[in-house]
Design a protein around this ligand. Structure first.
Ligand SMILES: *[C@@H]1O[C@H](CO)[C@@H](O)[C@H](O)[C@H]1NC(C)=O
Ligand SMILES: *[C@@H]1O[C@H](CO)[C@@H](O)[C@H](O)[C@H]1NC(C)=O
Ligand SMILES: *[C@@H]1O[C@H](CO)[C@@H](O)[C@H](O)[C@H]1NC(C)=O
Ligand SMILES: *[C@@H]1O[C@H](CO)[C@@H](O)[C@H](O)[C@H]1NC(C)=O
Ligand SMILES: *[C@@H]1O[C@H](CO)[C@@H](O)[C@H](O)[C@H]1NC(C)=O
Ligand SMILES: *[C@@H]1O[C@H](CO)[C@@H](O)[C@H](O)[C@H]1NC(C)=O
Ligand SMILES: *[C@@H]1O[C@H](CO)[C@@H](O)[C@H](O)[C@H]1NC(C)=O
Ligand SMILES: *[C@@H]1O[C@H](CO)[C@@H](O)[C@H](O)[C@H]1NC(C)=O
Ligand SMILES: *[C@@H]1O[C@H](CO)[C@@H](O)[C@H](O)[C@H]1NC(C)=O
Ligand SMILES: *[C@@H]1O[C@H](CO)[C@@H](O)[C@H](O)[C@H]1NC(C)=O
Length: 484
């Protein structure tokens, strides 16, 4: 008995002990990881941040400041705050003559359907404040197509308005302590792909026919469509923004699209999106020509941009009202398909002129500098193919980079030649030591001083002092190879 009992006892004790040991170990591991998890959260998220959020005092930028909660706002990530935003905007609209009003959005998740801003208003997003676009299209009002597009852009007829919208305003500021506007784009991209939408998707922020606009120090993410769309505006400043969307599978999530705007600055932004980082536009074919409002006097500087689908900075393809006097400087484009692109087509009309790119850095970019003149995407068949755009006076100065496949592809055509292009001080590290990677056709212009890789033969060569070294044999040589 003893002999048999002891081992039995021993065994059961051992089983008892080992299960408890397992249990204790499991408990310990759970405890350990919980502590780790909480520690991690304390560093980046919930716990300690909550205290930091409320302790970071919000500046008072207008004579009157409201809190969204004053109007019944609830930041629980579920309740709709559309009415609270509308009541707040209504209250601020009465303060115009007294210097306007500020609406503070405290930390929390504030779901809302689209709402309109008013003049002399500052929307201030506290650290940890997330304004979330309600992703049910039934709550998104339809608006007429933009006059210079004559078309929703994706569908004829009306289009969805933007989540945060403004028309005919003056003196509007959207800023904060890096609070976020989240467009819940995933729902929209999916429905778009499945062709479930009957109207063009809405931008995240669209300000139309307005002046003196500032958008700064916030994060915008996952827009249903273009992220920021200033339309026919004057005096717009955009700075210190982070604009994010997945780099693939997020169709048309351009970062910032100045459209028929003048006197605009875009600076110190980080943009990584599913389409163009910035795309300067001015209307589409016959509608844009008739509307006739150019984009001009635009300064873009100190941007870091990533675009796997399109380009870091684009002009066009909708440019029918004309684009002129644009400077792009101190731009860093990384892991992207293209760095800077001008795109147009017969039918657009208009012009792109007086464009200067200075101090650009390309890092791991497939094609660096691109001009494309056959971007044949049209609103309808009524466009006039004889309305050819003029492309001229374009400067590329101090262009550097590494891991670039095709540094230059300027594809002018007989109908749309590219005139008066200047390259000065360029050195781009290339991934392939192949000829014809500096591709040109129907381009007239010059290379001044040292330019690497060797330029195409369409261009005249000048030395540093501006003396002609070698005149181009022909501007019309075509050496474009899209396979490469
Ligand atoms: C806004 O109201 C909430 C709730 O009353 C409060 O916790 C928060 O501190 C207020 N924030 C500001 C910026 O006034
Ligand atoms: C914003 O204002 C415009 C112009 O009045 C209007 O068409 C649109 O429906 C308004 N949007 C909302 C969400 O009220
Ligand atoms: C703002 O928030 C974004 C997204 O969380 C972050 O990537 C960025 O670094 C923040 N910017 C600043 C200045 O803290
Ligand atoms: C699109 O139109 C179809 C047919 O009129 C309709 O059944 C469907 O509900 C509409 N979808 C949306 C998202 O409005
Ligand atoms: C441009 O807008 C800013 C911000 O509202 C304002 O301070 C400035 O005076 C405006 N500039 C001009 C020339 O109107
Ligand atoms: C805006 O962001 C920049 C860069 O992060 C920072 O230097 C500046 O102080 C911020 N402005 C405000 C009002 O927080
Ligand atoms: C070109 O745009 C800049 C702003 O980027 C402006 O200062 C300048 O006056 C403009 N030049 C002309 C000729 O309009
Ligand atoms: C060129 O741009 C980079 C940012 O891409 C910046 O760090 C550098 O200071 C700029 N150089 C000049 C001379 O402005
Ligand atoms: C070429 O463009 C530059 C500006 O980029 C301008 O100063 C110059 O006058 C233009 N030359 C011709 C011949 O049009
Ligand atoms: C080059 O093409 C243009 C049309 O784009 C034409 O006007 C010009 O005469 C051509 N030049 C040569 C040398 O073939």
């Amino acid at each position: 008995m003893v002999e048999t009992l002891t081992p039995t006892l021993n065994r059961s004790w051992m089983i008892f002990f080992s299960t408890h040991k397992t249990l204790l170990t499991a408990l310990f591991i759970t405890f350990f990881f919980t502590v780790l998890y909480l520690q991690r959260d304390a560093g980046t998220g919930v716990l300690i941040f909550r205290r930091e959020f409320s302790s970071r005092k919000l500046p008072k930028l207008r004579p009157v400041a409201y809190n969204l909660t004053d109007f019944g706002g609830v930041g629980d990530g579920v309740i709709l705050n559309t009415a609270a935003f509308e009541r707040a905007v209504m209250a601020i609209s009465k303060l115009g003559k007294k210097g306007g009003g500020q609406l503070n959005v405290p930390p929390g998740n504030w779901v809302t359907a689209p709402f309109n801003l008013t003049s002399h208003m500052t929307l201030f997003l506290a650290e940890g404040a997330v304004v979330i676009g309600y992703d049910n299209e039934k709550y998104w009002p339809l608006m007429p197509p933009l006059p210079s597009y004559g078309y929703g852009r994706e569908h004829p007829g009306p289009r969805y308005g933007s989540l945060i919208h403004g028309q005919n305003l003056k003196d509007v500021v959207i800023t904060g302590h890096n609070g976020t506007i989240d467009g819940r784009g995933r729902t929209w991209w999916k429905k778009y792909r499945q062709k479930l939408l009957n109207h063009t998707r809405g931008p995240l922020v669209q300000i139309m026919w307005s002046s003196d606009i500032v958008i700064s120090n916030i994060t915008l993410r996952d827009s249903p469509f273009w992220t920021i769309h200033p339309y026919d505006c004057k005096n717009v400043t955009i700075r210190h923004l982070t604009i994010l969307a997945p780099i693939t599978g997020a169709p048309n999530t351009d970062g910032i699209d100045p459209d028929s705007c003048e006197d605009m600055v875009i600076e110190d932004c980080y943009i990584s999106v599913g389409d163009d980082g910035v795309a300067i536009k001015s209307g589409w074919d016959q509608y844009g020509i008739a509307y006739g409002r150019p984009s001009k006097n635009i300064l873009i500087r100190n941007l870091v941009v990533r675009s796997m689908v399109s380009a870091g900075i684009s002009i066009g393809s909708e440019m029918s009202g004309g684009v002129s006097n644009v400077t792009v400087e101190n731009l860093h484009v990384w892991n992207s398909r293209r760095a800077v692109r001008i795109k147009t087509a017969p039918g657009r009309g208009g012009y792109v002129r007086h464009i200067t790119y200075r101090n650009l850095t390309f890092d791991n970019v497939r094609v660096g500098i691109v001009i494309k003149t056959d971007y044949n995407e049209h609103p309808d068949k009524e466009f006039d193919p004889k309305a050819v755009p003029v492309l001229e006076d374009i400067n590329y100065i101090s262009i550097h980079g590494e891991r670039v496949r095709v540094p230059v592809r300027i594809h002018g055509s007989e109908d749309i030649p590219v005139r008066n292009v200047t390259f000065r001080d360029m050195s781009i590290g290339i991934t392939y030591k192949k000829k014809h990677i500096f591709q040109c056709s129907f381009v007239e212009g010059r290379v001044v001083g040292s330019v690497f890789p060797a330029p195409c033969e369409n261009l005249d060569l000048y030395d540093e002092r501006g003396n002609l070294v070698k005149k181009s044999a022909s501007h019309n040589i075509s050496d474009i190879d899209y396979d490469f």
